[in-house]
Design a protein around this ligand. Structure first.
Ligand code: DX5
Ligand code: ZN
Length: 235
């Protein structure tokens, strides 16, 4: 099997990779965030996922640069920022300056702004980050598949963006398979990231459907053995 750029990047860490695990800190204990980041740094997670919400594109508000910048200072893990904000392009340079390795924005935000997602994807790549296009569960895969040509990854939401701890939406499997088929048929090197309700009980099926990168928060942070769950997610 041909290795993706993400897998090549992590060869030094991975033994038998089929999928990458990224930990969203949205379910972390923010009063003790440094401890949580250090735990993730020592874990087998390949990246840390930062959920940025503005209360406008999604119904919740999370955190900004006053949290992001210190995180960069205490971990060497790659950082993946998931922008759930309107007009995300206003901040691309700022996220690059904060040391993000992967940056995704929502297709819905581009539609609201009347902008072409491929232009934003090219800008993110031009800033030296991996560029991702995120879609909520009600966006037809056919509407965005063409942008896979310009994206390093498509972030397929398996819950509606806004909160950790929601129930995984089962139709996600078909959506991943449809997208994977399209990407393979075109020969694009675009990865599929899945975010929302990911747990040890569905990670193998997600990988089998075509997911390359799994994001998890509550299944890890609500567990008594977070590092152990992260190991299991490496399915
Ligand atoms: C939801 C966020 C997810 C969320 C995942 O809007 O994008 O990254 O933190 O949380 P779980 O794994 O609990 O569904
Ligand atoms: Zn996310």
């Amino acid at each position: 099997m041909q290795k993706s750029f993400f897998h090549k990047l992590y060869d030094y860490q991975l033994s038998t990779p089929l999928s990458l695990r990224i930990l969203s800190i949205l379910s972390a204990d923010f009063l003790h965030l440094e401890d949580e980041i250090r735990m993730l740094s020592e874990s087998s997670a390949e990246m840390i996922h930062l959920d940025i919400m503005d209360g406008s594109l999604v119904p919740n508000i999370s955190f900004g640069f006053s949290v992001i910048d210190p995180i960069r200072k205490v971990t060497d893990k790659l950082l993946d920022a998931h922008l759930m904000i309107i007009n995300p392009d206003k901040y691309f340079e700022r996220f690059a300056a904060s040391g993000m390795d992967m940056l995704s924005f929502h297709y819905e935000a581009a539609v609201l702004a009347g902008k072409d997602p491929s232009d934003w994807l090219k800008r993110i790549r031009g800033l030296g980050m991996k560029a991702g296009l995120a879609i909520n569960p009600d966006v037809p895969v056919a509407d965005i598949a063409g942008y896979a040509e310009y994206a390093d990854f498509i972030l397929v939401m398996s819950v509606f963006a806004g909160y950790s701890g929601q129930k995984f939406i089962e139709s996600t499997y078909e959506r991943i398979t449809e997208l994977k088929r399209f990407i393979d048929s075109k020969g694009y090197s675009c990865e599929i990231e899945v975010d929302g309700g990911v747990s040890p009980s569905n990670c193998a099926a997600l990988a089998a459907s075509g997911a390359d990168i799994l994001v998890a928060a509550s299944s890890v942070f609500k567990s008594d053995n977070p590092k152990g769950v992260i190991d299991v997610l490496h399915c």
